[in-house]
Design a protein around this ligand. Structure first.
Ligand SMILES: NC(=O)c1ccc[n+]([C@@H]2O[C@H](COP(=O)([O-])OP(=O)(O)OC[C@H]3O[C@@H](n4cnc5c(N)ncnc54)[C@H](O)[C@@H]3O)[C@@H](O)[C@H]2O)c1
Length: 261
């Protein structure tokens, strides 16, 4: 699918080498955007960049110095930034409130929460310098776990809850300061991506795991990364100018259906 909906725009996608980020990089390219795939996985990222005509830049979202270097690269290469997709994230090590250790907590927070804050901050600085005047769209990947806690992954659900209100706080600042920059969060339910490999021992066949996860959704299946990419494309485009500070579920009705009869 491609209609040139992002023609002339420049996008940065964190976690762009895999899963939802990779599907979005493909879709953004098909829609005419220049895309910078920013990820810790250089091999995958470089390959996707070569396949799609995107550019790969290594980035650990928890490292502020690397954010500065990335934005300096984007400014020099493209002279603007229109779309920031803060999508990189990890699972939280399967720890409950009882078993949590501080090293795990701090690592998950640094990537899933601080990484998104840094992405918003650095994106706003560059979007504010856009040649036609300040403008842009920021999309932050949260989760259905922003709304319902995981008993056995407290760091994940806590950081995803934080991304929800961080997004609104950013949108509030942007609108008050007349930046013409929007900031929205997306809240996927179970999506078919490699992230689930983090929840099982290395080498485990993921297919049965995915089937179990999919069967927990009232839709009876997992969502596809391309379905999330379509939503992100809409939020990133000029078709969504009045959607700002919003939280958009994309979960096959997972959060809508009461477990009762
Ligand atoms: N798959 C799901 O069911 C699901 C549901 C809700 C939310 N999410 C969220 O969607 C986002 C994308 O996940 P995915 O499912 O596509 O998984 P994925 O593992 O396929 O992709 C995540 C990407 O983030 C990158 N990444 C991890 N740590 C990083 C860091 N410090 N700096 C830069 N990049 C880093 C990984 O290398 C990977 O390419 C995550 O934020 C995840 O929490 C996923």
């Amino acid at each position: 699918m491609s209609n040139g909906r992002l023609q002339g725009k420049v996008a940065v996608i964190t976690g762009g080498a895999s899963g939802i980020g990779a599907a979005t990089a493909r879709r953004f390219r098909a829609e005419g955007a220049e895309v910078v795939i920013a990820d810790v996985q250089a091999d995958l990222g470089n390959k996707l960049a070569a396949d799609t005509g995107a550019v790969f830049q290594k980035l650990d979202v928890s490292d502020e110095a690397q954010w500065k270097a990335l934005m300096a690269f984007v400014e020099k290469r493209f002279g603007r930034l229109d779309i920031m997709f803060n999508n990189a994230g990890i699972l939280g090590g399967g720890k409950s409130i009882e078993s949590m250790d501080l090293a795990t907590w701090n690592r998950v927070t640094a990537i899933n929460q601080t990484g998104v804050m840094l992405g918003c901050q650095h994106a706003i600085a560059l979007m504010g310098k856009n040649p036609g005047g300040s403008s842009g769209s920021i999309i932050n990947t949260a989760s259905t776990t922003s709304f319902a806690g995981l008993a056995n992954d407290i760091a994940y659900s806590t950081t995803k809850g934080a991304v929800r209100i961080l997004t609104k706080s950013v949108a509030a600042w942007c609108v008050r300061n007349k930046t013409n920059i929007r900031c929205n969060s997306i809240h996927p339910g179970p999506i078919e991506t490699p992230i689930f490999a983090q929840a099982v021992p290395p080498g485990t066949d993921l297919a049965p795991v995915m089937q179990v996860v999919g069967s927990m959704s009232p839709s009876g299946r997992m969502g596809k990364p391309e379905e999330v990419a379509a939503l992100v494309t809409f939020l990133a485009s000029d078709e969504a100018p009045y959607i700002n500070g919003s939280e958009v579920l994309i979960d096959g009705a997972t959060m809508a259906v009461h477990p009762g009869p």
